[in-house]
Design a protein around this ligand. Structure first.
Ligand SMILES: Nc1ncnc2c1ncn2[C@@H]1O[C@H](COP(=O)(O)OP(=O)(O)O)[C@@H](O)[C@H]1O
Ligand SMILES: [Mg+2]
Length: 342
């Protein structure tokens, strides 16, 4: 394939491309720099993961793309292309047309996103009637079908119930049914299994995997747990302190780990063999006054003077694999040799 055809193909493949996203919050303690210039993309039908400790900017990144930020937030981006259109500056009204139709969302706690005063049936029917012009009867049919797809037993009677009458696992299945009922191009799942116990968590992940394989929906899966991400995604973005520190295919991250923070996350995944987990010592940076150099320097066992002083640039290691870490600077490698992180 010539380079030009390849480029063209790659570009038409893009479903979402975010360029230089910056989101801040006004607070009494100052301006919180929650997302500090991140760029990422998802191709049609692709599943990517965003991983990182609590507070690193995963949710805020997605809420920024969806224009769902609180009033004290300010979001800027050079561009947010979704399906060929820049959505970085579109109105709330236009965004509402995309949300729940072209983009489906699942959040950690279904109780906050399900409406307590409406039945399950009303909540699945609503986007179908609003976005796809279904009649009430057609929407009811589809609601019933969706509950079957997500594996909810006796769906007829479940349709009449209210969210508080369902268990956490069932509520999360209902959320998936709502998110997927309009066949969205993109599904954003923010910690969808974090609040569930391990068995239910595995069932929900199985369900998501099956639905992703059956539909052509692209998925952005957010989790603090690299184990959860690796079961569903082919490419992973690692965030730390409002920045992307490493991105690569699953195998790149596991076997060719390039950033010490990613290595730390890997060491903290339970392996089930009783081996002791190694937590990452220290705390994430203060995002009101973020350090001027690498955000991880204060916790990094390999940190050099340079790391505290200067923000590390991007080092491309492979076509899908890059990181921001001074250890990959040629003169550091020449002096110390390649640092083995795994
Ligand atoms: N409404 C808000 N007001 C002030 N700060 C916020 C607000 N929402 C999020 N933040 C801050 O933004 C940072 C990123 O948060 P978030 O994206 O939710 O983290 P996570 O990676 O756990 O999803 C955190 O420091 C958080 O405290
Ligand atoms: Mg979050």
């Amino acid at each position: 394939m010539s380079n030009m055809t390849e480029n063209k193909l790659n570009q038409t493949d893009r479903l979402l491309e975010v360029k230089n996203l910056r989101t801040t919050f006004r607070t009494i303690s100052g301006e919180v720099k929650a997302v500090r210039g991140t760029s990422f993309y998802v191709n049609e039908g692709e599943s990517i993961g965003i991983v990182g400790e609590s507070g690193c900017g995963k949710s805020v990144s997605m809420l920024s793309v969806l224009h769902l930020l609180d009033d004290n937030a300010k979001m800027e981006a050079d561009e947010i292309m979704f399906h060929g259109k820049d959505i970085s500056k579109i109105s709330t009204r236009e965004m509402r047309k995309l949300n729940g139709h072209e983009i489906g969302m699942i959040f950690q706690d279904p109780m906050t996103s399900l409406n307590p005063v409406f039945t399950i049936e009303q909540q699945i029917r609503d986007p179908l009637m609003r976005h796809l012009g279904y009649t009430k009867e057609q929407a009811r049919e589809r609601a019933l079908e969706m509950l079957q797809v997500v594996g909810i037993p006796s769906p007829e009677s479940r349709l009449k119930q209210y969210p508080h009458e369902l268990s956490g696992g069932l509520r999360q299945r209902v959320m998936i049914a709502i998110a997927m009922c309009c066949n969205p191009r993109l599904l954003i799942a923010d910690e969808p299994t974090t609040a569930l116990d391990v068995t239910v968590q595995a069932q929900i992940l199985d369900l998501m995997r099956k639905m992703k394989d059956d539909s052509k929906t692209a998925v952005i899966m957010i989790s603090h747990d690299l184990g959860v991400i690796s079961s569903l995604c082919s490419r992973v973005i690692v965030m730390y302190g409002g920045l992307i520190v490493e991105e690569g295919l699953i195998d790149d991250l596991f076997y060719r780990t390039a950033h010490p923070y990613t290595a730390g996350l890997l060491a903290s995944i339970p392996k089930g063999d009783g081996e002791k987990l190694v937590p990452i010592n220290g705390t994430p940076p203060d995002l009101v006054n973020p350090p001027k150099g690498c955000p991880f320097a204060a916790r990094c066992r390999y940190a050099m003077k340079l790391c505290e002083e200067c923000m590390p640039p991007r080092y491309d290691l492979d076509s899908h694999h890059y990181c921001h870490c001074w250890l990959h600077h040629p003169s550091v490698e020449a002096k110390k040799g390649k640092v083995k992180l795994v």
